[in-house]
Design a protein around this ligand. Structure first.
Ligand code: NAD
Ligand code: DAU
Length: 332
């Protein structure tokens, strides 16, 4: 039984990970989360108080971080400002949390010799042409496009430096786009599902030809646990489930699953600097750690996700109007 500190554990993927740990290990979890607009206590509801504690605090607060890390066997670091569109509007919180917050955690891990796993994104690699036969691998050069992805790239480089210079026992994973329950309604899939529930037409940026490589959050969680348990210190692992889909097809599928005509959506103003395509080659993770995704059928996973948003309107209703006002002010 380990004591894990999970930063950002009240967010989308962090809360799915905490649930996965509770169901699959004997570990105790201390969630450190600032409960920003993206964090939600309700995402941890139903988890036993003896196995999970929630500490409300900032990962950039060295005192709070040190107290928790001094008691921890490992840190799993999900906390971040995570939304590209917000980073185009106001980049500063991305620097504070993604860079200074990660630095603060690394310093605590260095002081206490604590195992550290850093959660990152495939966006650090920039984007691919639609017809490029290559996919991202662990040796693809970094080439981030947005304020969000550049701060994630910076945080990855900090982790690598703290491993090499100070011997911090860290690993890194870079994952593709996640979907599933508890994702904030600002993100693509939940925005469109909740739009349809509210009688608003889904909104597709630009032409909708952009491709994302979808993975269920539960598969991301099982991969992170596999790396925490068996990953080699200093190594990076790419996480992906061979789920490439263009945005237009995803919107059409959502409309179809929700009983609407598949062309009942609007094209809206494109995202500035919009990455064209992400695609992950996860063979290192699969061959070295024996990991494989469980959710191979995107349509079935999406149907479950639609059901979850229909059944859990009280979880997202409070955020919906503010998110739509933010987008509509930008013509999105
Ligand atoms: P999210 O926005 O849903 O959750 C982020 C969580 O971090 C929230 O609970 C928030 O309150 C917390 N947080 C933010 N700033 C904090 C701070 N300063 N101190 C403490 N807590 C703070 O994000 P997500 O989509 O769950 O992403 C989690 C991680 O996974 C991020 O590091 C992100 O870069 C990475 N990632 C996300 C995806 C994806 O598809 N969503 C894919 C690959 C990697
Ligand atoms: O690739 C991993 C990344 O995936 C993570 O690092 C990020 O934290 C996560 O937010 C996600 O980034 P994206 O920018 O790809 O996700 P988002 O859900 O914002 O958008 C997905 C695609 O859908 C993207 O091409 C933009 C498009 N889009 C988005 C919204 C919100 C639309 O067409 N319409 C929309 O309303």
């Amino acid at each position: 039984m380990r004591n894990l500190v999970v930063t950002g554990g009240a967010g989308f993927i962090g809360s799915n990970f905490v649930r996965h740990v509770i169901e699959n290990t004997d570990d105790h979890v201390t969630v450190l989360d600032k409960l920003t607009y993206a964090g939600n206590r309700a995402s941890l509801e139903g988890l036993s108080g003896s196995r999970v504690d929630l500490v409300e605090g900032d990962i950039a607060d060295a005192e709070v971080v040190d107290a928790l890390v001094s008691e921890a066997d490992a840190i799993v670091h999900f906390a971040a400002e995570s939304h590209n569109d917000n980073s185009l509007h106001d980049p500063r919180p991305f620097l504070d949390t993604n860079i200074i917050g990660t630095y603060t955690l690394l310093e605590a891990a260095r002081r206490h010799g604590t195992r550290f796993h850093h959660i990152s994104t495939d966006e650090v690699y920039g984007d691919l042409e639609l017809d490029d036969p290559q996919r991202f691998t662990e040796s693809t050069p970094y080439n981030p496009s947005s304020p969000y992805s550049s701060t994630k790239a910076g945080s990855d480089l900090l982790v690598r430096a703290w491993v090499r210079s100070f011997g911090v026992p860290a690993t890194i994973s870079n994952c593709s786009n996640n979907y599933g329950p508890y994702q904030h309604v600002e993100k693509f899939i939940p925005r469109q599902i909740t739009n349809v529930i509210r009688g608003i037409r889904p909104k597709l940026y630009g032409t909708g030809e952009n491709v994302r490589d979808w993975i269920h959050a539960e598969d991301h969680s099982s991969a992170v646990l596999a790396i925490l348990d068996g990953g080699a210190i200093g190594e990076t692992y790419l996480i992906g489930a061979d789920g490439e889909k263009d945005n237009k097809s995803v919107v059409e599928l959502i409309l179809d699953l929700m009983g609407q005509p598949s062309d009942a959506y609007d094209h809206v103003v494109d995202r500035a600097g919009h990455d064209l395509r992400y695609a992950i080659d996860s063979s290192k993770l699969r061959s070295e750690l024996g990991w494989a995704p469980k959710f191979q059928d995107f349509e079935a996973g999406l149907a479950d996700t639609v059901r979850w948003y229909r059944d859990n309107e009280s979880w997202w209703a409070g955020s919906k109007d503010g998110v739509e006002a933010f987008y509509s002010a930008k013509g999105q």
